[in-house]
Design a protein around this ligand. Sequence first.
Ligand code: UDP
Ligand code: MG
Length: 337
Amino acid sequence: MADSLISIVVPCYNEAACLPAVLEEVEKALNSVPNIDYEILAVNDGSTDETASVLQNCRMQNPRLGVIQFVRNFGHQAALSAGLAHARGDAVICMDADLQHPPGLLPQLIQRWRQGFDVIQTVRRTQPGLTKSLSSRAFYRLLNLFSEVEITNGAADFRLMSRRAVDSLLALPERSRFLRGLVAWLGFPCTTIEFDAPPRHAGSSAYNFKKMMAFAVDAVIALSARPLHLALWIAGFVLLSAFTYAIYILNLIAHSVPLVKGWASTIFLILILGSVNLLCTGILGLYLRAVLVEIRKRPDYLISDYIPPAQSVTEPHVLHNNESGLSAERHLIARKA
Ligand code: UDP
Ligand code: MG
């Protein structure tokens, strides 16, 4: 007799070659867990390959599968957000569609949740490919240098969240959705499980070094005011240096030292002051853009089609009334489109 419903959220972008294997492994792992019922929500993030038809076929074979279809590609974090918003489980697990997040860990995640943790975060010990592990290391280095909440090095978007953690996450009003940071910010009781990421089952990664760095900058701006403090510190340092230099010059004048008007030092000062100015303006610009994104209030994603898992149609499990008005409204906007 099932006493809880587990939702699995799987964002998919061009994963036609991986999906059948992933779904099979996920089901195998979940069938081994006693007393649970489950639903799988696949979010097709505007794939350009056969992902949509593969999902349709899988849905015909397995009514526990729900399919959310995006109008176009909105990105990994948006796909995760859509899955979280539609999930009805008492616990929700997000995992990638390429078998890099081993379904074999699912029973362990559920067991930890039953022990009372709200967030079970998985952490990659290793991952295949030199570029990938280097860019991942650079990503976390940059993030933790500035972030005000600690993001575990190697924390993957493979985690279980309790219903109250999911509801709290959905109730956060901001548009910016860097889930790793937001979940850390929530601060619910959390534990970690380490794993070694295998290579992709098929296909290729959507994240290259450039994308990872852009993602890190967005995440820092969303999570932290530290770059603004950094700008102030640099400005203070340059001002102090300028004062010291002025005192030095005055001292030379007081001692009647003939001054050679140096071209090099002038150019040096102009370059330093100019670049510091640009750096500070650039940092301000990034925050301004983040403010613009927030006030525009565009939805995170647009859904063209939603086939709910059969479970939630025939036998609504638990009705959660504590979803915030805002997340409901976001839903509505997305579905209308
Ligand atoms: N993904 C997505 N939208 C995107 C890019 C990726 O939904 O625009 C999904 C992708 O299908 C996979 C997960 O996000 O399930 C992680 O992507 P990927 O494997 O390319 O990233 P990596 O594991 O290399 O960091
Ligand atoms: Mg992957």
